[in-house]
Design a protein around this ligand. Structure first.
Ligand SMILES: Nc1nc2c(ncn2[C@@H]2O[C@H](COP(=O)(O)OP(=O)(O)OP(=O)(O)O)[C@@H](O)[C@H]2O)c(=O)[nH]1
Ligand SMILES: [Mg+2]
Length: 194
């Protein structure tokens, strides 16, 4: 996986703006502020490719990044952010679910969860819905730099149990230290394999 050429392509706010499905793609989903954009920056080793913020709701629209002539990475807006209006939340959800359901070149959804948090209902709902759609899921528990080794393992097990995830399936990650990056690349390479 070669990240020497990564470019922002476009931000999609309605289905008809989606780029022609000419390359395989991977989407990144998770609650607001969980660290989706930070993970993408770390993955492609570019500090400021994607805007990151301490304020939830930073990413709006589906942001497409093109990696060489090989694939797209899609940064999705976060869910579960109470301060955007209900109607706004619903239109986001409609766009994202239609995209996920219909995108023929979508190879995998990376579902990102905060290692410090207990299993969250909305993450559970997303995981269940993706399983029902037979969409390949790659769970990632992020911000592991914020927990020491034993607490990290304990919380990872709680998330595994709460969401029906096998420990061999998920990747532990830190956008701060880069831990888990190599493993993430191995997993993504496997799903992007033609
Ligand atoms: N310590 C630590 N902080 C992180 C990590 N990942 C993200 N953060 C911080 O968490 C905050 C949110 O990060 P973003 O990457 O903007 O999160 P997001 O999921 O894209 O947020 P939205 O676009 O609002 O949904 C920022 O302050 C990041 O610096 C991590 O692995 N470790
Ligand atoms: Mg973001």
């Amino acid at each position: 996986m070669n990240f020497s050429s990564v470019d922002f392509l476009l931000s999609v706010h309605s289905l008809k703006q989606l780029p022609i499905p000419d390359l395989p793609e991977v989407a990144f989903a998770g609650r607001s502020n969980v660290g989706k954009s930070s993970l993408i920056n770390k993955l492609v080793a570019r500090k400021n490719l994607v805007k990151v913020s301490g304020r939830p709701g930073k990413t709006q629209g589906l942001n497409f990044f093109q990696v060489a002539d090989e694939f797209y990475l899609v940064d999705l807006p976060g869910y579960g952010f109470a301060r955007v209006s209900k109607s706004m939340q619903n239109s986001w959800q409609d766009l994202i679910s239609s995209y996920l359901e219909t995108r023929e070149t979508l190879k995998c959804v990376v579902v990102i969860m905060d290692i410090r948090h207990e299993p969250k209902k909305m993450d559970g709902q997303l995981l269940q819905w993706l399983r029902e759609q037979s969409i390949t899921i790659l769970p990632v528990y992020t911000k592991i730099d914020k927990l020491s080794g034993s607490k990290r393992q304990k919380n990872a097990s709680l998330l595994d149990a709460g969401h029906g995830i096998k420990s061999s399936e998920r990747v532990l990650f830190s956008a701060k230290t880069g831990q888990g990056r190599d493993e993430l690349i191995v997993r993504l390479s496997a799903v992007l394999q033609p």
